[in-house]
Design a protein around this ligand. Structure first.
Ligand SMILES: Cc1cc2nc3c(=O)[nH]c(=O)nc-3n(C[C@H](O)[C@H](O)[C@H](O)COP(=O)(O)OP(=O)(O)OC[C@H]3O[C@@H](n4cnc5c(N)ncnc54)[C@H](O)[C@@H]3O)c2cc1C
Length: 758
């Protein structure tokens, strides 16, 4: 995580990763506004570029060709990326409400969430059609349809409802791809039947007659049955009906029409048009709330009604960026004047396209190549990203602040320069913790519910205390998620001992800044941590919060265990013949090193973050029940480091199978690119514990033996006879990648305890 010298003074939050917001992120990256922090919240890390979508369906482009990696783009822009679904806005407190995380505060807000299919008005559509939006879900359906058609011989009828540019292009693209797939399998492509439904008497109503006629001809030549003046009013399983009573039996019904605003917008109090889109002025500000902007399909310009097209969403990116800046700087806003005519390049599925602009018409393979060139050039801007030099460290003097904020900002800059170390003010802290509700336990006698100089907890009779401490700096710019992972990581030691977590005290450092921002950061981080501690049955009983250059969090955790130590699981205890199990995949060190260098795919990081939040708690009783002889949790020393500790303590040797190691997606790619964690060199020293390591230097998985883990899984030895049952149960408990990674051997003559196999 980058640390800049300038404190955060204002938060600009972007909802949705549509075509306008990717432009905003890129423009802020090129020209940051010191003191402004951008946060983008989006349901999809891979956000689709609509212009290339039909080409993807037709098979001309790969998934990555037509998607922008929002997490990577946000990292490039120095913005925070929260993968979540926005479900509302609390305008009174200026907070964005998310489905899975605490509200996100904003000073200025922009919405670019596209349109939502409106299926409610058509009986049965909600259950039986495949809407083209959201594209992520459509893509899942499309891949399933592709597999079904390819693998099951027989006729397939596909109905596409909506004969605008999107519907026509989709029909031709799907047909082109599916026919080619059948031909490649030696099957008859005429098994496929396509029907296109237009509510209007003609197709492509917003385009000129020559464009319409050209597409009419293409559709006729390709055998697509076009139903004109045929509004679909009812749908059932495998069947649709038009207003005129025409009925069609169809295997698949694709919906490319009747889009409206997202339902949650209705609860925001923002003025909406009759289709539920946000009414915006020429400045792209909501008619109701000057701090809220909207762009792309979800915006309805009051003075310039626009067609819903990606081209406008893209164009709005620049004025939106400028007006977000000006709002923060309290400068007059600029008007966006959309163009009267716009160029549409509509493809016919087969690397051929038709150009339409006002009365202009042209067609040919060359038009496709032109479109392909424009689209690829657009995508390059968002995919060919190299880390930028560190941002401007000025204190953001240009942002107007009130007197109190000015004092706080000046003192924050002084603190950063002077090295910090001060305690966070009591008022800030108590406000931040007011909405964090730690678990209450009967054995916590004095805790956060009645704070004192120290917490007092009872040790139940017959129990002993298990203690551990962990502390580390934030590796992602997301305090809530960081709080969750830091807590999970700290709890790992308690669970690995076979203990029950009882109580935790936290140590926090937070960069100085405006009180409201510090308060929010502490709240987010502790809310995340408490959600994990509470789920583990652990009460947060106290802590200390100081100012520091970097966000960091640690916990001292107390666990309870039977004082006879009958249940304790230690590192020593492994026996020859035992099987080695690893419960979670490895690779966090290399992946986050790659993320910081913009070399990791956002979806790899999403998956790693998910894995880091998986608790080891449920695995422990399972391992104990199957007679586990030793156990540890994987953290900073990496797999090899932890295994060596175990073999030493147990007086045994071990065989580790490289090809069996469970890996996080992308970890092999990033180590192959030579990207390793800064802790790797220290861990690599342990290669002396390997027998004949030179033989494995070139093995692609070899570097991952030394990769430091954050909130890693459990490494345990279980008797061979209980291994199968243990593994099956672990997988059922939520550790789908749990696997046998090796076995325990009797200590041999060799000095090195670990033998690798490929
Ligand atoms: C098949 C097809 C082909 C098309 N071809 C073209 C074309 O060639 N040229 C053209 O100009 N237009 C085309 N269009 C129209 C184009 O798709 C839309 O106009 C365009 O996508 C709108 O862009 P946007 O930025 O408003 O939103 P979108 O591109 O829809 O992006 C919205 C983003 O917001 C996210 N999001 C949605 N809801 C939430 C939420 N609640 N919380 C968080 N995130 C959320 C989504 O995940 C997505 O990332 C086509 C449409 C279709 C259906």
């Amino acid at each position: 995580m980058e640390v800049t010298g300038s404190p955060v003074l204002r938060d600009v939050v972007l909802i949705g990763g549509g075509h306008s917001h990717v432009g905003v992120l890129h423009m802020f990256a090129m020209k940051p506004l010191p003191g402004v922090r951008l946060t983008v919240i989006c349901t999809d890390t891979d956000t689709p570029y609509s212009g290339m979508l039909p080409g993807y369906i037709a098979g001309h482009y790969s998934f990555d060709d037509v998607h922008i990696d929002l997490r990577r783009l946000a990292e490039f822009a120095g913005a925070r990326y929260y993968r979540d679904e926005v479900i509302g806005i609390d305008r009174a407190t200026r907070k964005v409400l998310c489905r899975n995380r605490p509200p996100v505060a904003y000073d200025a807000l922009s919405i670019n969430i596209g349109s939502t299919p409106q299926l409610a008005g058509v009986a049965g559509a909600g259950e039986h059609v495949v809407p083209v939006k959201p594209i992520r879900r459509f893509n899942e359906h499309w891949l399933a349809l592709l597999a079904r058609v390819c693998n099951h011989p027989g006729a397939t009828t596909i109905a596409i409802v909506g004969a605008g540019a999107g519907g026509v292009e989709m029909t031709l693209a799907m047909q082109y791809r599916l026919r080619n797939e059948l031909l490649a399998r030696g099957r008859n492509p005429d098994e496929l039947r396509f029907h296109l439904f237009s509510a209007a008497p003609q197709i492509l109503t917003t385009h000129n007659p020559r464009v319409r006629q050209a597409f009419e001809r293409v559709l006729a030549e390709r055998g697509v049955v076009v139903h004109r003046a045929a509004e679909v009013v009812q749908v059932a399983a495998g069947r649709l009906q038009t207003q005129a009573g025409e009925v069609l039996e169809a295997d698949e019904i694709v919906w490319v029409t009747q889009a409206g605003g997202a339902a949650w917008l209705r609860e925001t109090g923002l003025a909406l048009d009759d289709k539920g889109f946000i009414r915006v002025r020429t400045t792209l500000q909501s008619e109701t709330d000057p701090l809220i902007f909207a762009a792309g399909d979800c915006a309805a310009m009051i003075d310039h009604p626009l067609e819903k097209a990606g081209v406008f969403a893209v164009r709005m990116g620049k004025p939106l960026t400028e007006n977000l800046r000006r709002t923060i700087l309290r400068q007059p806003l600029l008007d966006y004047r959309p163009q009267q005519r716009w160029l549409a390049l509509i493809s016919t599925g087969d690397r051929h396209a038709i150009a339409s602009r006002g009365a202009f018409y042209a067609r040919g393979d060359l038009v496709w190549r032109w479109k392909d060139w424009i689209d690829r050039r657009f995508m390059r801007k968002f995919t060919e990203l190299a880390p930028l030099a560190m941002g401007n460290d000025q204190p953001g003097a240009a942002i107007p602040l009130d007197e109190r904020e000015q004092t706080q900002a000046i003192s924050a800059v002084a603190m950063r320069c002077g090295g910090c170390g001060a305690k966070v003010g009591a008022t800030v802290l108590s406000r931040a913790l007011a909405d964090v509700h730690p678990l209450e336990r009967d054995d916590v006698l004095i805790g956060l519910h009645a704070p004192d100089d120290a917490a007092v907890v009872r040790v139940p009779p017959g129990k002993a205390i298990v203690q551990t401490v962990d502390f580390f700096r934030a590796f992602i710019d997301d305090p809530w998620l960081f709080g969750r992972i830091a807590a999970n990581h700290a709890l790992g030691d308690i669970f690995a001992m076979g203990a029950e977590a009882q109580s935790a005290t936290a140590i926090v450092t937070v960069p100085p800044g405006l009180e409201s921002k510090v308060e929010d950061t502490v709240f987010q981080m502790m809310a995340g941590a408490v959600s994990v501690l509470s789920a583990a049955g652990c009460a947060l009983v106290g802590g200390h919060t100081g100012e520091g250059r970097e966000l960091a969090l640690g916990f001292a955790i107390n666990g309870l265990i039977d004082e006879t130590l009958a249940d304790v699981m230690q590192k020593g205890g492994m026996r020859p013949g035992d099987v080695l199990i690893l419960t979670k995949p490895i690779g966090t060190g290399t992946l986050f090193a790659a993320h910081a260098r913009l070399r990791a795919a956002g979806r790899w990081i999403d998956a790693a973050l998910e894995s880091m939040q998986v608790s080891n708690r449920a695995a422990v009783p399972c391992l104990t029940a199957h007679g586990a002889t030793a156990c540890t949790d994987l953290t900073g020393f990496g797999l090899l480091g932890h295994l060596v500790e175990m073999t030493r303590a147990s007086g045994v040797d071990a065989e580790l199978e490289l090809s069996a190691l469970p890996l996080l997606d992308g970890a092999l790619d990033t180590v192959a690119a030579g990207i390793l964690s800064s802790l790797q060199p220290a861990n690599v020293r342990l290669r002396r514990a390997l027998r004949d390591p030179e033989a494995f230097f070139d093995h692609p998985r070899y570097p991952l033996l030394f990769d430091p883990q954050t909130a890693g899984g459990l490494l345990a030895s279980v008797p061979a006879e209980s291994f199968d049952a243990c593994l099956a149960e672990l997988r059922g408990l939520g550790y789908p990648q749990a696997v046998r990674v090796g076995r325990i051997l009797a200590q041999g003559e060799a000095l090195e305890p670990i033998r690798l196999i490929g």
